[in-house]
Design a protein around this ligand. Structure first.
Ligand code: IPE
Ligand code: IPE
Ligand code: MG
Length: 244
């Protein structure tokens, strides 16, 4: 589907508020996470429909390993279940699915399913969907720096070749455009160690809706907010107008 004008090419989402959604209903937190899967399905469908090309979802952060063991284990189980249930449908809809994060931290069963899902959908040219699991922006930049340092030590690159492009090429979202729009649900207005490098020029949109309740209307609001922004990248407004 071709995008309408002013539709962001890349949308990143911090899906927050599952625990509070459950607490409001006197349910255990993991049922909030379970309910959040439905909202993921919705935003994937709506993104494809609207012509968004890249969607990157924050599902589990480096810091989330510090949660109670029971919650972490329920979340990992939920990822396995969601993959089992959703991948064929995603594939039918031409979605290309990738995972970003420290995958060596994940249990073998989940790792195998991730690899299978990535292989199955690799050639799909529809929505490019990245799910960040065991991901942290500092982890990502740290990995990139280590790889570049190793190549410099081997004499493969000179240190003066380590510029913005060289760093970006080593990050988890290598080859993809930076997110244009960051959405965070759940009322907090912070980045929580998400895509620290790639969000440099993203428009930021926050809402109080708890993630399981996030629907097409909320997404429309975020897209409308984005459509009204003037993206100046350091230029003046007059310069931007003159160039358009
Ligand atoms: C986001 O919801 C999901 C993950 C971080 C895994 P939370 O679990 O953080 O929900 P709240 O913020 O406690 O409501
Ligand atoms: C951020 O949410 C991570 C994800 C949505 C996966 P958190 O709920 O973990 O963020 P903080 O710790 O409140 O900043
Ligand atoms: Mg939270």
């Amino acid at each position: 589907m071709t995008a309408e004008p002013n539709i962001p090419v890349h949308v990143a989402v911090i899906m927050d508020g599952n625990g509070r959604w459950a607490r409001k209903r006197a349910m255990p937190r993991h049922l909030g996470h379970r309910s959040g899967v439905g909202a993921v399905r919705k935003i994937v469908e709506t993104s494809a429909k609207k012509g968004v090309k890249y969607l990157t979802l924050f599902a589990f952060s480096s810091e989330n390993w510090n949660r109670p063991r029971e919650e972490v284990s329920k979340l990992m189980g939920l990822f396995v279940e969601a993959l089992q249930r959703e991948v064929d449908d995603l594939h039918r809809n031409e979605v290309c699915l990738r995972f970003i994060g420290a995958r060596e931290m994940l249990q073998p069963k989940l790792l195998k399913m991730i690899a299978a899902a990535e292989a199955q959908t690799a050639a799909n040219t529809g929505l490019q969907l990245q799910v960040a699991v065991a991901y942290g922006g500092r982890w990502d930049i740290g990995c990139a720096v280590r790889r570049l340092a190793a190549r410099a030590a081997q004499g493969e690159i000179r240190t003066d070749e380590i510029n913005d492009d060289a760093i970006a090429a080593e990050l988890a979202l290598s080859g993809m455009p930076d997110p244009d729009l960051l959405i965070r649900t759940g009322g907090e207005q912070r980045i929580s160690n998400f895509l620290l490098w790639n969000l440099a020029y993203a428009e930021l949109w926050f809402c109080d809706t708890l993630w399981p309740d996030f629907d097409e209307q909320d997404f429309e609001r975020a897209l409308n907010f984005y459509a009204e922004r003037e993206r100046r990248y350091g230029h003046t407004g007059d310069q931007v107008e003159a160039a358009s």
